[in-house]
Design a protein around this ligand. Structure first.
Ligand code: C2E
Ligand code: CA
Ligand code: CA
Length: 420
């Protein structure tokens, strides 16, 4: 139980690895990177060479710029290998091939959990590379919030953190795309670590799942979130609260009883509680999950398919589970206004939600273009940085006030026919 997981948290783009078999292209990329002020630049001629180099480096690169077509090991296989090694570097794909192929590799990388900064067509320009590297800074600020090299999380430390109430909850608004009104919030766990500062859930949820701590952690999050919902109710603000339910929890025999207990303790109506369950898992353990999900739905709780599009559920499987909401994964939203392939997938997911009678939710709405596109595609609910970042409950009143002021702008436009 005490094995330590080493989870890398990377710095801003201060070092690069350029992987390209063409010496000329490599030199060009090196020159541009220097001009952009990157201090440390490594080079490799193909994926294999790059992996060997990465295994040796004391100071690994924070960003990897990789070509797709290379002898030995191509860019796609390299990304898959990179994912297996969990190095934490961000990636920019650069290729002379068509945009659709580059985009699909970008999507693949994102699904593997790699921070994909951009997919760029050759010839590489300083402007394109510069803006891709700037993305990394934004991502780093959002994810790591500053940063130590490696955060080590073990069972005892996480267990104590849960017991000592170091796990707090932030709330991210979910708003109606047509009216702009707030429909609810998603509760997201945050670890306020005395030494490392705020640790995002991407760094400790997996440890909690592996170390048998996901149950106490979820109950702590649910307890805080439902208490908050009751407070909001008392002040006249009725919001639904979404809780992330880990796959493993659906195997616990007393889960439904525990959830009901919490709902009753805070005198909430079950309709106010939404349980978000990741799509990939639902497929794996459909049999055992059905009873649990059915009982939660019978009680009146909302059930949401989270990260839709990253797993492999068929329409038939989805129809069998009493879901009420479908959340399209953010990898299909971010950049969808510019990328035709993503738009096609997004539209088909929204159409399917409608046919199954599910409320469609888009997460990862970062720009006004994303918002407009969702309006045009007929998405019901949206969530993302452009609307509101996850925040402590205390910041909600100020956010609500500001949000109210921009409602007319959010409501304007939309319902245009989209040309794919
Ligand atoms: P998720 O359920 O998909 O939650 C949405 C994540 O997207 C949150 O990351 C949120 O901060 C982020 N996000 C929101 N808007 C945007 C946007 O516009 N752009 C981008 N790029 N990202 C956006 P967060 O808070 O880091 O959580 C990561 C994941 O950790 C969650 O993904 C969820 O799967 C898991 N998680 C968080 N809290 C809990 C929990 O209490 N229990 C369990 N089992 N998992 C949790
Ligand atoms: Ca979620
Ligand atoms: Ca999600």
């Amino acid at each position: 139980m005490n094995d330590i997981s080493r989870i890398p948290v990377t710095h801003n783009a201060d070092s690069l690895l350029i992987v390209d078999d063409s010496v000329v292209q490599r030199q060009h990329a090196v020159a541009l990177s220097r001009a952009l002020g990157v201090g440390l630049i490594y080079e490799a001629g193909n994926g294999l060479e790059a992996l060997e180099l990465l295994a040796m480096l004391v100071l690994p690169p924070t960003v990897i710029v990789v070509d797709l077509e290379m002898p030995g090991m191509d860019g796609i296989e390299f990304l898959q290998q990179l994912h297996n090694r969990n190095l934490g570097a961000s990636v920019i794909v650069v290729s002379g091939r068509e945009q659709a192929l580059i985009e699909s590799v970008e999507t693949m990388g994102r699904m593997l959990g790699i921070n994909m900064l951009a997919g760029l067509q050759k010839p590489l320009t300083a402007a394109a590379l510069g803006s891709a590297l700037a993305q990394r800074t934004a991502w780093h600020d959002a994810v790591a919030g500053g940063g130590s090299d490696v955060i080590q999380v073990n069972h005892d430390e996480l267990s104590q953190a849960i017991g000592n109430h170091q796990i707090s909850v932030h709330y991210q608004p979910k708003v109606d795309v047509r009216t702009g009104f707030v429909r609810g919030v998603e509760a997201l766990a945050r670890w306020e670590h005395p030494q490392h500062g705020r640790i995002p859930p991407g760094l400790f949820i997996a440890v909690a799942e592996r170390e048998g701590l996901i149950h106490p952690l979820t109950m702590s999050v649910m307890g805080q979130a439902l208490r908050q919902a009751a407070k909001w109710n008392a002040s006249g603000l009725r919001l639904s609260v979404a809780i992330n339910l880990s796959a493993r929890l659906l195997e616990l025999p007393d889960l439904v009883r525990r959830i009901v207990g919490q709902i009753e303790a805070h005198a909430l109506s079950p309709e106010q509680v939404v349980l978000e369950i990741t799509e990939s898992w639902v497929v794996g353990s459909l049999g055992t999950a059905l009873g649990m999900l059915g009982r939660l739905r019978l009680l009146g709780c909302g059930l949401s398919i989270d990260d839709y599009g990253t797993g492999f559920s068929s329409m038939q499987q989805l129809a069998r589970i009493p879901f009420t909401e479908l959340k399209v994964d953010r990898s299909f939203i971010i950049g969808a206004s510019r990328k035709r392939n993503l738009r096609v997938i997004l539209q088909s997911a929204l159409d399917m939600a409608q046919r199954l009678g599910l409320v469609s939710v888009a997460e990862g709405v970062e720009t006004e273009e994303d918002w407009r596109l969702l309006k045009e595609c007929g998405c019901a609910v949206a969530q993302g940085y452009m609307i509101g970042r996850p925040m402590p409950a205390g910041d909600m009143p100020k956010w609500m006030k500001e949000h109210h002021q921009r409602l007319p702008k959010l409501r304007a436009g939309g319902h245009r026919t989209i040309l794919f």
